[in-house]
Design a binder for this molecule. Structure first.
Ligand code: OSB
Ligand code: MG
Length: 368
């Protein structure tokens, strides 16, 4: 394939509820949609996951735009591409900027799956026909409110619940949830809010039968996480710290984690995500698919990835209606009894809803 035309749209979506972590709150989501058209007229879609501010990783909506416009799009336009894996090689001279790379690489995978007349899930090697999903609950104003929110999600069938923690909002929160919901599959995510000085607090969490504790320490650390893992029983799940296959290999070698959360944007694309999945499978490190409050295109890519066999734990890809009044795809992503059906149609299996996309578009640029 040769990509002849790329349209970038900057869209802004109102969220049903603000989402708060230890470092940031998102109350409306801004993102870039990448629409790439090849010489035969096939169109593939991608979505950026970077937030407006760099609180999760260093990338922002504007840095992804800059990278796409000034580096990544010029590299790809009119280049003959045999397989999406080649995109990673074409981008090898560009350091990091994983979310920018992943957004356009996802559009190439979409084109490739249509060109080869298979679902994106199948093109990636995924076999599952449905995936198990959990839900991530942001920091709430009170513990009582948090428990209410959790219960409402359980009624909808979600298979596990993740709650955000930060210093001062941790052991007490988990104790209160456990008192009400002793058998709930529960985990916590700190988004790097702790240091090794907090070992005593993190050890207290061992008493509450948590599935895992996600990213307790610094986003660029795997050494202190290895020390922490030796001192706590609960498995550590790395999120921010894993930005590549190499990061994952080293973290596994050091014993920095028992679980890895794979996010397509954080690791630079589906090809790298699949390599990390395969590595974890060989090393018996369970993986699950993380979320970045994606709109429909990103959500569709997550679902396809999660169809790979070693995504053995429920992910954070909740249904469209959990986040959005109106998603940008047709049909929307539906969760039934805690499961999402993996589309079997050619491509991502959802159609971009142009009426909604046009309504949400702030600006648009075409490159050809
Ligand atoms: O750390 O997994 C995270 C949302 C934004 C940024 C980082 C994270 C999250 C979530 C929510 O936990 C995942 C989702 O529902 O998409
Ligand atoms: Mg996380």
């Amino acid at each position: 394939m040769k990509v002849e035309k790329i349209t970038l749209r900057h869209i802004k979506m109102p969220m049903k509820a603000p989402f708060s972590t230890s470092f940031g709150t998102v109350d409306e989501k801004e993102l870039l949609l990448i629409e790439a058209k090849d010489e035969s007229g096939i169109t593939g879609w991608g979505e950026t996951v970077a937030f407006v501010a760099p609180w999760y990783t260093e990338e922002t909506l504007k840095t992804t735009w800059h990278m796409l416009k000034d580096f990544l799009i010029p590299i790809l336009l009119n280049k003959e591409i045999g397989h999406p894996d080649e995109v990673t090689t074409l981008f090898a001279s560009i350091r990091r900027n994983c979310m920018a790379k992943a957004s356009i690489e996802g559009a190439i995978w979409d084109i490739y799956s249509q060109q080869t007349k298979q679902s994106l899930a199948r093109a990636l090697g995924g076999q599952k026909t449905c995936i198990e999903v959990g839900v991530s609950v942001g920091i709430q104003a009170t513990i009582a409110q948090l428990i209410e929110v959790i219960k409402s999600h359980l009624e909808k069938g979600y298979k596990r619940v993740k709650v955000k923690i930060k210093p001062g909002y941790d052991v007490e929160v988990v104790r209160a949830i456990r008192a009400e919901l002793p058998n709930l599959p529960l985990m916590v995510d700190a988004n790097s809010a702790y240091t090794l000085n907090d070992i005593a607090i993190l050890q207290q969490l061992d008493d509450y039968n948590l599935l895992m504790i996600e990213q307790p320490l610094a986003p660029d650390d795997i050494v202190d996480h290895a020390t922490l893992q030796k001192n706590i029983k609960t498995p550590i799940c790395l999120d921010e710290s894993i930005t590549s296959y190499e990061d994952a290999r080293k973290a596994i070698e050091l014993g920095s984690c028992g679980v890895i959360n794979i996010k397509i944007g954080r690791v630079g694309g589906l090809t790298e995500a699949k390599r990390i999945h395969d590595l974890c499978k060989e090393n018996q490190i369970p993986v699950w698919c993380g979320g970045m409050l994606e709109a429909g295109i990103g959500r569709a890519h997550n679902i396809a990835l999660t169809s790979l066999s070693h995504f053995v734990l429920p992910g954070d890809t909740a249904g469209s209606s959990h986040y959005w009044y109106e998603d940008i795809i047709n049909p929307e992503v539906i969760v039934k009894d805690g499961y999402i059906d993996v589309p079997q149609e050619i491509g991502i299996g959802y159609t971009p809803n142009m009426a909604v996309i046009d309504k949400l578009t702030i600006s648009k640029e075409v490159y050809q």
